[in-house]
Each structure stands twice: as structure tokens, then as C-alpha cells.
Ligand binder design. Structure first.
Ligand code: UDP
Length: 379
């Protein structure tokens, strides 16, 4: 191990998307890279595998749908995989009824028992936007977008389950992740490019890291070998930033998820990839039926695999999934960030390192920029 550390030009902590993009870029420029990963696999939370019994590709850490409107990022990721033409679709189950999500004209008309045109719906919702001209938190933002009835039916309960916080404590930006549409467009994302890698996500990472200049060490905990790393070694750390600094400014709030995977002996269990459950009485937030990610694959008609997703607070033993980002968290994060910027040979990045609710395309953009600005020609 010590030899690997001594011989590399760059030590990357974490084989998730941020770390793998950095390693890939550096290796192409002739730098020798050591990637250490505490888990027993590469790919971070994007990791996917083909289920042994059904052959269905499972996203082990929750659904990942690649989408971007950034041509550079789309071209970049396409070097490592082919994408299918999947377009994400989701429904939301309230009581005994199932509605399209994100909210579109079908959701609105079904809920209010109307037959509004786009213009009529727009006029109706304008009143809510006018009442909240400058939304300061998740609840105000949701009220501005959809009004009280729809917010309480579709967002409030889901958000309380997902974040275990009153929605007034969460940032408005989280509510803006989903559009409200005054037409019958049922697509989840608005981006120009979208798809699922035809062989799943893991082969992307295998290709990124498959270079003679890259050595990958799995089940290697950075904190166990930290003392062996010389001070002048360039390190890219992609774990939680509060952990890096031994929580000196306090613990940042993170959410993690538990999944139960169930195989049902039917071809199609729920008829769509994702159903959300905003009702507080149901403990899980959403169910994902993985077969729908790959309409191009000839999956078995005998079985299907569904995950039930439960959100909870991440303890220091868990890998965090989502930064909660309350005002207090932002204050603490800024202290960590100031200190991180002063580290001479260490760069902290990625969803966990930057404490950002990044999507995959944003992580890639951040990693490419970081590489170009801070690593390519010396730190
Ligand atoms: N959300 C909700 N109801 C829904 C879908 C989303 O309340 O049916 C809220 C919830 O707070 C969630 C946020 O919108 O955390 C962002 O949703 P997104 O689908 O982007 O979450 P992700 O897929 O990243 O878990």
C-alpha cells in the first residue's frame, strides 16, 4: 500500500462519479492515479448490477436517471456507454388514486375534477405565485408553484418522510427540482438528453478506471491510511466534508436511504418505473420497478423486481445520500469550505465533499472544471 501511495501523482479518495472522472482525466494526461474506495465496488451510489435470478438491472442505491442539457457533458459520458431512449415517468398515489408526477394538467384536472385548458390552469395558479413573490423555503416555494391543496396532497407528506423536517426548514431550491406543467407532458425531466446506460451504470466506471495509469484499491478506508500519506501528495477527497475535518465545526445533516428489494412473480407489478407515496401512513417514500428502465431488453415475463425506499437520518456509520441543507447546515458548511480552500494539497469535491444536492451531470461538470482549473497544470 505504501508503495502505491508513494508512486502515484494523485490519490483519489472514493470511486464514485466525481473521483472516477478526476482519475480518468488525470490518467489520460499521463498522471499516475491511486483510487481508494471504502466499499467493495466502484461506482459510488450509481452502482448497478444484474439481479442473479431475473437478469434485471438493479440500481443498488436508488434510481439513477441520466439527464442533461449540457452538450459537453452528454458527449463526455457517451464515451463510456451507449444510452437507451428511456424517458423517466413517475406517478404519485394519494388514497386509492394514482396521479401523474411531476404535476401536469392531467394531475391538476384529475385532482380538481376540471377540464381546464393550459391557459385556464395557468390563470388559476397565477394567484398562488402572486401570493408568494419571493419564496424563502420549501413550503413557500411549493405554495407559490401549486397552492395549498396540491402541496398538502402531493408534497408535504412526502417531504416530511424524505427529510424528517418541517418543510419550512428546507431550502426553496429542493421544491424547484420538479416542474408544474400546464400541459399533458408526463416526462419527469425537461432536459435535452436523457437515458439509462444500456449495460447499467457500473460498466461506465469500469471503462473510466480501466487505464494502465490507474490503480484501484477497494475496501480501503482513507481514514485508516491517512497517516501514511505524505503531506505533499495531491489528494482528491470525495467523502463527507465534515468527516474529513473530524466534525470540528459540528455534524452536517445528511439523509440516507434503506431499500427492500422484492421479486414478484408477475411481468409488470406497477405499470411504471416509479410511484411516489406522499401519504404519511405509508412508511416508504417510493417504489421503483427496475424492468421499466430498459424497454429495449428482453427481460423475463415471469418476474419483476421492485424496491421500497425508506429515508432516514444518516449516522456517521452510513454513507450519506442527501445533504439536508438547513440554514444552520449552510453556516457550518461555509466554515468547512473556507478551511478546505486553504488546504495546500487537497481538493474536496463531489456531492458529499461540496455538500450539494447534485445530479449526476452536475457532478461530472464540477469534476471536469475542478480537474482543468486545479489539477491539470498543477494545483
Ligand atoms: N417531492 C415531493 N413529492 C413528490 C416528489 C418530490 O414532495 O412526489 C419533493 C421532495 O421533497 C423531494 C424533492 O421534491 O425530496 C425533490 O424530488 P426529486 O424527485 O428531485 O428527488 P430525488 O429523485 O433526488 O430523490
Amino acid at each position: 500500500m505504501q508503495d502505491s501511495i508513494n508512486n502515484c501523482d494523485l490519490l483519489v479518495v472514493g470511486a464514485g462519479l466525481f473521483g472516477s472522472v478526476i482519475a480518468e482525466q488525470a490518467s489520460r494526461d499521463g498522471k499516475r492515479v491511486l483510487v481508494i474506495e471504502s466499499r467493495d465496488h466502484i461506482g459510488g451510489n450509481c452502482y448497478s448490477y444484474d439481479d442473479a435470478k431475473t437478469g434485471i438491472n438493479i440500481h443498488k442505491y436508488g434510481p439513477h436517471i441520466f439527464h442533461t442539457s449540457n452538450e459537453r457533458i452528454w458527449k463526455y459520458i457517451n464515451q463510456f456507454t451507449e444510452f437507451n431512449s428511456y424517458r423517466h415517468q413517475c406517478m404519485s398515489r394519494v388514497g386509492k388514486k394514482t396521479y401523474p408526477m411531476p404535476m401536469n394538467l392531467a394531475t391538476i384536472n384529475q385532482w380538481f375534477k376540471k377540464n381546464w385548458t393550459p391557459a385556464q390552469a395557468k390563470m388559476f395558479f397565477q394567484g398562488y405565485a402572486d401570493a408568494y413573490p419571493n419564496p424563502q423555503n420549501f413550503e413557500e416555494q411549493a405554495m407559490a408553484l401549486m397552492g395549498n391543496d396540491l402541496y398538502r396532497a402531493f408534497f408535504r407528506g412526502y417531504t416530511i418522510k424524505q427529510w424528517e423536517r418541517d418543510p419550512t426548514e428546507l431550502p426553496a431550491s429542493v421544491a424547484r427540482r420538479l416542474p408544474v406543467r400546464y400541459n399533458y407532458n408526463t416526462r419527469y425531466y425537461n432536459d435535452l438528453w436523457e437515458g439509462i446506460p444500456v449495460k447499467g451504470y457500473t460498466p461506465i466506471f469500469e471503462r473510466m478506471l480501466d487505464h494502465p495509469n490507474i490503480e484501484v484499491r477497494l475496501q480501503c478506508d482513507y481514514f485508516a491510511i491517512r497517516d501514511q500519506i505524505p503531506n505533499d501528495k495531491l489528494v482528491v477527497y470525495t467523502g463527507p466534508i465534515d468527516k474529513y475535518f473530524n466534525y470540528k465545526y459540528g455534524v452536517l445533516n445528511w439523509r440516507t436511504c434503506d431499500f427492500t428489494f422484492t421479486t414478484f412473480a408477475v411481468e409488470d407489478w406497477q405499470g411504471v418505473t416509479q410511484i411516489n407515496y406522499p401519504t404519511l401512513e405509508i412508511p416508504y417514500t417510493r417504489t421503483i420497478e427496475f424492468r421499466h428502465f430498459h424497454p429495449e431488453r428482453n427481460y423475463t415475463k415471469e418476474h419483476t423486481v421492485v424496491s421500497f425506499e425508506y429515508s432516514r437520518t444518516a449516522s456517521y456509520l452510513d454513507t450519506p445520500f442527501y445533504p439536508v441543507n438547513t440554514d444552520k447546515d449552510r453556516e457550518k458548511y461555509s466554515l468547512y469550505h473556507i478551511e478546505a480552500k486553504q488546504l495546500p494539497n487537497t481538493i474536496i469535491g463531489g456531492r458529499l465533499g461540496e455538500y450539494m444536492y447534485y445530479d449526476m451531470h452536475q457532478v461530472i461538470a464540477s469534476a471536469l472544471t475542478t480537474y482543468e482549473k486545479r489539477i491539470k497544470n498543477g494545483n
